[in-house]
Design a protein around this ligand. Structure first.
Ligand SMILES: Cc1cc2nc3c(=O)[nH]c(=O)nc-3n(C[C@H](O)[C@H](O)[C@H](O)COP(=O)(O)OP(=O)(O)OC[C@H]3O[C@@H](n4cnc5c(N)ncnc54)[C@H](O)[C@@H]3O)c2cc1C
Length: 529
């Protein structure tokens, strides 16, 4: 049996952050590693151009022969529109069999793919401030060098001077922001003219920070506004951890071993032994290393730790950013044709700081050009025919705010392992609505209208920001981690994904998870010297 200096379990954002933190050591990345269909044909045109071209058939890309792309019609699924289309299905493939969950109050999706959930992410990348790291035993100064290195590694675009710059921090090495789509551009222009009004209501708007290229970056091209990101994960202008995994394999910095489901590990004085099921043969194989870094995504990391400790009775805390959706419409844009070239993901961010929230709340603003119209056809309070007609006319005139709510550990919001090895998840939701009403009222001034009754409050889990099961503490107890990532009682085992977050601020978490993974892994590498 080959032995390595370090085994990293998982190839998602956290696993990649860890791999980037280790140099000149033998590293095995152990992963289930499902991959997409490399033969997928991607049109040269944008989505709208291809749809209007009689020689193009977008059915396989948008809908698929199993009608995967129609999965949201009629509210049958809570899946994100970004995960459902045929070419994106590999991202969540087989998760319910590989890691079944018994959940109450929580909608779960997991990824066993090479690159993990970030194959479908919105690529919003944000640095946590000291305020947002309150409750963590580390500060922003501990993460800054790693945020900086990651910025140079993955390529990030954004503004270097707008109302959100103080909130988003360091601007070095940013590429210029993306071009805004029509609706969000209108909003942003109106916001500039009405800043005092918005500020008085507690809102500030600015350009998003996204790991999407607006200029060439090494061998990766700038984004081309084809608006296919809901349908294909292959656009290298949008960063995905899979890009780094492939680069690290090519440069021999890691040995990648896909097709293995880690089931348990044993931390011994001589190092760590991982038992993993070969998904092709069904046999369990063993892998040895001096150090183990677990980056299997918060829920699977928790499962692996509980299973390895045979901790049937233990309940771990669970955090998630609850979300809300606030639809807004501008009547002056009703009936306009869809834009030929645009970007389907986040356009602007907004933050709310005011009396209606104990801490800053961050939101993302989108137009509806990304998903298929059929994804929200039944959200219009009309007949089927009426919805079809109205969605065609009204969709180009709509924008959507998505608010993310912070989370703290609460007794009862928990993860445990039942006797049959299934993850049991419990999460009690909270009542939201006041910030949404405030936003509707603020946007009315600039000609964008909404109704509180049309806001949506999905169940927990729908942000995909799972966190907090093995929190980082200065003096960790059982099932907690030290500031250096070490799992309490397991001298050679480190946890690097969002399982270690002591709490969740409102900001999207993945960039911080990557930076922290890199920080922990650099310490692990140093401990091997
Ligand atoms: C639609 C969508 C939009 C999002 N947008 C954003 C955004 O804009 N900004 C943001 O910050 N976050 C966003 N997120 C969340 C973000 O994608 C996740 O936080 C991030 O991908 C988590 O990375 P991870 O490495 O911790 O885990 P995962 O991505 O879940 O990766 C887990 C990895 O571990 C492997 N694995 C799991 N269990 C095992 C096992 N037992 N054995 C072997 N391998 C295993 C899997 O194969 C996979 O490679 C979004 C998510 C979705 C779905």
């Amino acid at each position: 049996m080959a032995s390595f200096d370090v085994i990293i379990i998982g190839s998602g954002a956290a696993g990649v952050g860890a791999a980037l933190g280790i140099e000149d050591r033998s590293v095995l990345m152990l992963d289930c590693g499902f991959e997409g269909d490399p033969s997928a044909i991607i049109p040269n045109q944008s989505r709208v151009e291809a749809l209007r071209d009689p020689d193009q058939d977008l059915f396989p890309l948008l809908i698929g022969d199993k009608f995967e792309g129609a999965a949201l019609i009629g509210g049958r699924s809570t899946m994100s529109p970004k995960l459902k289309s045929p070419r994106m299905r590999f991202i969540t493939k087989d998760w319910e069999t590989l890691s079944p969950v018994d959940a109450t109050g929580f909608d779960t999706q997991m990824s066993f793919s090479l690159g993990g959930l970030a194959n479908a992410w919105g690529a919003g990348v944000y640095r946590f401030s000291d305020k947002e790291l309150q409750g963590f035993p580390i500060t922003s100064a501990d993460l800054t060098p790693f945020y900086n290195r990651l910025t140079k590694e993955i390529g990030i675009s954004g503004s270097t001077g707008d109302d959100l710059t103080p909130f988003f921090g360091e601007t070095a090495d940013l590429q210029p922001p993306l071009k805004l789509n029509r609706g969000p551009a209108r909003i942003y222009e109106s916001y500039q003219r009405n800043r005092p009004h918005f500020h008085q209501r507690g809102f500030r708007l600015g350009r998003s920070r996204v790991a999407v290229l607006t200029e060439r970056f090494g061998d990766r091209e700038a984004y081309n506004y084809k608006n296919l990101e809901f349908f294909t994960p292959n656009d290298s202008s949008i960063y995905s951890p899979a890009i780094t995994v492939r680069k690290l394999i090519k440069s021999n910095r890691i040995t990648y071993c896909g097709g293995f489901l880690a089931e348990r590990y044993v931390d011994r004085p001589a190092g760590v032994m991982v038992s993993a099921r070969n998904l092709r043969t069904g046999l369990v194989e063993q892998f040895h290393a001096k150090r183990l870094i677990i980056a299997a995504g918060c829920l699977n990391t928790a499962k692996l730790v509980l299973a390895s400790a045979e901790a049937g009775e233990v309940s771990l805390p669970l955090l998630d950013n609850l979300i809300s959706y606030v639809p807004l419409i501008n009547p002056s844009l009703v009936g306009l044709p869809s834009e030929q070239r645009c970007f389907g993901m986040v356009q602007l961010n907004l933050i709310y700081t005011g009396a209606k929230a104990a801490e800053t709340i961050q939101g993302s603003l989108y137009d509806l050009s990304g998903p298929l119209r059929s994804d929200f056809l039944f959200d219009f309070p009309l007949s089927f025919k009426g919805s079809l007609l109205v969605s065609k006319l009204v969709t180009p005139a709509m924008c959507l705010i998505q608010f993310f709510y912070p989370d703290d550990p609460v007794p009862g919001n928990s993860v445990s392992l039942n006797a049959s090895g299934k993850l049991k998840i419990n999460y009690a939701g909270r009542n939201l609505g006041s910030i949404e009403r405030e936003a509707i009222s603020a946007f009315r001034r600039i000609g964008w209208f909404g109704l509180p009754q049309l806001c949506k409050y999905p169940r927990a889990g729908n942000s995909y920001h799972y966190a907090g099961c093995l929190p980082m503490r200065r003096e960790p107890g059982p099932f907690e981690t030290a500031p250096n990532g070490q799992l309490s009682g397991s001298p050679h085992t480190y946890v690097v994904d969002s399982a270690v977050f002591a709490r969740l601020p409102s900001k999207n978490l993945t960039f911080t998870s990557m930076a922290n993974a890199m920080r922990v892994a650099a310490g692990v590498a140093a401990s091997l010297a």
